[in-house]
Design a protein around this ligand. Structure first.
Ligand code: DQA
Length: 144
């Protein structure tokens, strides 16, 4: 079973960036943790700081053999209609993850343009949010 995990801008800097908000863990450690926790899943991990590259990667999920997509669009969640439109074209479940609890933070982070076209959203659980999202995709798959 294949799952696509996409991380957007500045998430390559996890472990060095605003540690009081995002903690010490790096993106590589998060991805390694998923591989360890779900050894049977064939993960494809993708990170980009560029909107168009994220859109191109989302397009690879259309009619694909991915069980679903986990995406942390970073700040693009609050700004990108183009990423929202790309997610809306994907005929697979998509789970949006944010490490921090957006609803405890600045007003501009409380609105996600992308969440409305996702299957669901997981916020505020730090790195654990990614494994909750993978678990959700696997449970959704079991239901079908
Ligand atoms: C984030 C939240 C966004 O508001 C922010 O721009 C990020 C990280 C999170 O995972 O909590 O880059 O997506």
């Amino acid at each position: 079973m294949k799952i696509l995990v996409i991380n957007g801008p500045n998430l390559n800097l996890l472990g060095r960036r605003e540690k009081e908000v995002y903690g010490d863990i790096t993106l590589d450690e998060i991805n390694e943790g998923l591989r360890r926790q779900f050894p049977k899943i064939d993960f494809h991990f993708f990170q980009s700081n560029t909107e168009g590259e994220i859109i191109d990667e989302l397009h690879t999920a259309i009619d694909s053999d991915y069980v679903g997509v986990v995406i942390n669009p970073g700040a693009f969640s609050h700004t990108s209609i183009a990423i929202r439109d790309a997610i809306a074209t994907i005929n697979r479940p998509v789970v949006e993850v944010h490490l921090s609890n957006l609803y405890k933070r600045e007003e501009f982070r409380r609105h996600s343009l992308t969440a409305a076209v996702c299957t669901g959203q997981i916020v505020g659980f730090g790195a654990m949010g990614y494994s909750l999202a993978v678990d959700a995709l696997l449970r959704l798959k079991e239901q079908h």
